[in-house]
Design a protein around this ligand. Structure first.
Ligand code: ATP
Ligand code: MG
Length: 199
């Protein structure tokens, strides 16, 4: 064996010991609370990626979209006819488009009702609350209401929350928090959002 190969083998052995130890230390089995936040691109796509992963094993998944996009959403188009997927969409446009707080609040409450039902259902393995952080930020939904539903959800259920400016108490509660950091975004150089890529 070359000296280089021997060195590689030694370092891989060390890495394996380290990984094995960490795997052995992770003994708890339960659903997770995950938050994908930050200003960079990728929060909603990461959530849909996890939805696809769960559906792939035949688990039941609920997705609640708190801000109905201006555009279609390719993932929704592709996955909507999966019998294990339930999607609830807030019946309003972007809040800066409706410019009507009362109708926004009514739409938020209505779709939150769907979310609450999913969060109470032991048969739902994964629930995505897409862009719900804005509902908290605008004061359409209070944190205590969300916290109660999250605290009381079935033990095996995983919840993914996406959106910028996540509430600090939500971050404190979460098992996994990922902050997408914007290094650059094409939109800021005048490149249009692209169908099938950005939405
Ligand atoms: P995506 O849906 O692509 O995963 P996201 O969920 O992280 O993005 P949002 O803040 O929800 O980001 O924005 C939704 C839309 O805005 C998407 O079309 C996305 O490509 C685009 N976008 C995301 N981040 C930025 C950014 N930093 N500047 C401009 N546009 C962005
Ligand atoms: Mg998003």
């Amino acid at each position: 064996m070359s000296e280089r190969n021997a060195r590689h083998r030694q370092s891989m052995q060390k890495l394996k010991t380290h990984v094995d130890e960490r795997v052995a230390a992770a003994t708890e089995q339960c659903g997770l609370l995950m938050v994908f936040t930050g200003n960079g691109k990728g929060k909603t796509t990461a959530a849909w990626g996890t939805v696809t992963r769960a559906l792939g094993y035949g688990y039941r998944v609920g997705v609640v979209q708190f801000i109905k996009g201006l555009w279609e959403c390719g993932e929704r188009e592709r996955l909507a006819d999966d019998a294990n997927l339930e999607i609830a969409v807030m019946a309003t446009g972007f809040t800066w488009e409706t410019q009507n707080r009362d109708s926004d609040i009514a739409a938020c409450r209505a779709v939150w009702g769907e979310a609450e039902r999913m969060l109470a259902d032991p048969g739902t393995y994964l629930v995505v609350l897409d862009e719900i952080t804005y509902m908290l930020k605008f004061g359409y939904l209070d944190f205590a209401t969300l916290k109660q539903a999250l605290d009381n959800r079935p033990r095996e259920q995983t919840v993914i929350v996406t959106g910028r400016n996540a509430h600090r108490d939500l971050l404190a509660m979460a098992d996994t928090v990922t902050e997408m950091q914007e290094i650059r975004h094409a939109f800021n150089s005048g490149i249009q959002a692209r169908r099938g890529i950005d939405y």
